[in-house]
Design a protein around this ligand. Structure first.
Ligand SMILES: NC(=O)c1ccc[n+]([C@@H]2O[C@H](COP(=O)([O-])OP(=O)(O)OC[C@H]3O[C@@H](n4cnc5c(N)ncnc54)[C@H](OP(=O)(O)O)[C@@H]3O)[C@@H](O)[C@H]2O)c1
Length: 306
C-alpha cells in the first residue's frame, strides 16, 4: 500500500507516523498525482499542533502533512479539463502531500514547466506563491524600497527575488550567517536581533516604501518604525501585531493563474527556489524538524521515489 507521513493527534513530533493507506480517489475537479516532491513549510508543523487558518477548522485526524507538491497525474476525477494522465504538475493538495499519492484540486494546480525539476516546482505553491501575492498586494512602483524580514527563509528568499524582478530595491533582515545569501539576491542585508530598529534607520535613513514581514513580534514592530504608510505593511506571520500597527495579513490568491506565473518566473530564472536540503519520505520527520527550528535557509523538500 502507498505510504504517507501523518499526524495522528494534535501535539508535538511524537504524534507523527509513517503509515500505509489506501490510494486516494480523485473527486470532481481533482486529479490524483504520484508525488515526486513535497515542499516543507512552517504551516505543516503548526497544523500538527491543531492550528486553524482564520475561519477554518483544524485538519481532521489522521492528517497527512504537507501543503505543496509536484508530481505526475495518474488519474483524473469527473469534470476535469486541461489535465490528463501523464501530465507533470504542481499545486496545493487538498489532503496533504508528504505521501506517494496526493489529490490536487485543478483550481490550484498548474502544469510544471519542463525546465523546472519536480523538487524546485514543489517549492512554488506555498512559499513562492505567498511571496508573489504579498509583493503584488503592496503594489509598489519600480524603484521603491521593500523591506523583507525573515529574508533568508522560504517566503523571504522568493519575495526578494520577485521584488527584484519588479524593479524594487530590497532590504532583507536575516541572521548574520545569512548575510552573503541575502546579498546574493541583490538585497541590502540588515542583521536581525536586538537593536534592529536602529540598524534599519541607518540602512534606510529616508525610510522604506513597503514592509513584508515573515517573522512577527518585535521584528515586525521594529520594521514598522521605518515605514510611513501602514497600508504598506503586511505579514505572513503575525496577524495580531500587524493589526495593532495598522497593517494587514498577506492576502493569498490561491489560484492556478498565480501558480502559472510563479512557474514561469522560476523557469525563466527570475525566481530560484534555493532548495538547500532534501530528505526521502521515510525521513520526513527530520525535514519537519529542520523547518520547525525556525531558521531554515531557503527551502527544504521531501523527495518521493518514483
Ligand atoms: N499566510 C500564508 O498564507 C503564509 C504562507 C507561507 C508562510 N507563512 C508564514 O510566514 C512565515 C515565514 O514562512 P517561511 O516559509 O519563509 O519560513 P522559514 O522558511 O522557516 O523562514 C523563516 C525565517 O525567519 C527567520 N527567523 C526566525 N526567527 C526569527 C527571529 N526571532 N528574528 C528574526 N528572524 C527570525 C529565520 O531566519 P534566521 O535563521 O536568519 O533567523 C528564517 O529564515 C511563517 O510564520 C509562516 O507560517 C504564511
Amino acid at each position: 500500500m502507498p505510504k504517507a507521513y501523518v499526524f495522528t493527534r494534535y501535539g508535538g513530533p511524537e504524534a507523527e507516523a509513517l503509515v500505509e493507506r489506501d490510494r486516494p480517489s480523485p473527486g470532481p475537479g481533482e486529479v490524483l498525482v504520484a508525488v515526486r516532491a513535497a515542499g516543507v513549510n512552517p504551516v505543516d508543523w503548526k497544523q500538527r499542533t491543531g492550528y486553524r487558518r482564520p475561519g477554518g477548522d483544524a485538519r481532521p485526524l489522521p492528517a497527512v502533512f504537507g501543503n505543496e507538491v509536484a508530481g505526475v497525474v495518474v488519474e483524473t476525477g469527473a469534470d476535469v479539463t486541461g489535465f490528463a494522465v501523464g501530465d507533470e504538475v504542481f499545486g496545493n493538495p487538498v489532503d496533504g502531500g508528504y505521501a506517494e499519492f496526493a489529490l490536487l484540486p485543478v483550481a490550484v494546480t498548474a502544469h510544471k514547466p519542463a525546465a523546472l525539476s519536480f523538487t524546485d516546482a514543489a517549492t512554488l505553491p506555498v512559499a513562492a506563491a505567498t511571496a508573489y501575492d504579498g509583493v503584488r498586494q503592496l503594489g509598489l512602483p519600480a524603484g521603491a524600497t521593500l523591506l523583507v524580514t525573515g529574508a533568508g527563509g522560504g517566503v523571504g528568499v522568493a519575495a526578494l527575488q520577485i521584488a527584484r524582478d519588479a524593479g524594487l530595491r530590497g532590504i532583507g533582515v536575516a541572521s548574520e550567517g545569512k548575510k552573503d545569501f541575502v546579498e546574493s539576491l541583490g538585497a541590502v542585508h540588515v542583521p536581525s536581533g536586538p537593536g534592529l530598529a536602529e540598524r534599519l534607520r541607518a540602512a534606510a535613513p529616508a525610510g522604506v516604501d513597503g514592509v513584508f514581514d515573515l517573522v512577527g513580534g518585535e521584528t515586525l514592530e521594529d520594521a514598522a518604525t521605518v515605514l510611513e504608510d501602514p497600508a504598506k505593511l503586511i505579514t505572513g506571520a503575525d496577524r495580531e501585531t500587524v493589526a495593532k500597527l495598522g497593517g494587514s495579513p498577506v492576502e493569498r490568491a490561491r489560484t492556478a493563474a498565480v501558480l502559472d506565473e510563479v512557474g514561469r518566473l522560476a523557469a525563466e530564472g527570475g525566481l530560484r527556489p534555493f532548495v538547500t536540503r532534501t530528505f526521502p519520505l521515510e525521513r520526513a520527520g527530520e525535514a519537519l524538524r529542520a523547518v520547525e527550528d525556525g531558521h531554515a535557509r531557503g527551502k527544504i523538500v521531501i523527495e518521493v521515489a518514483a
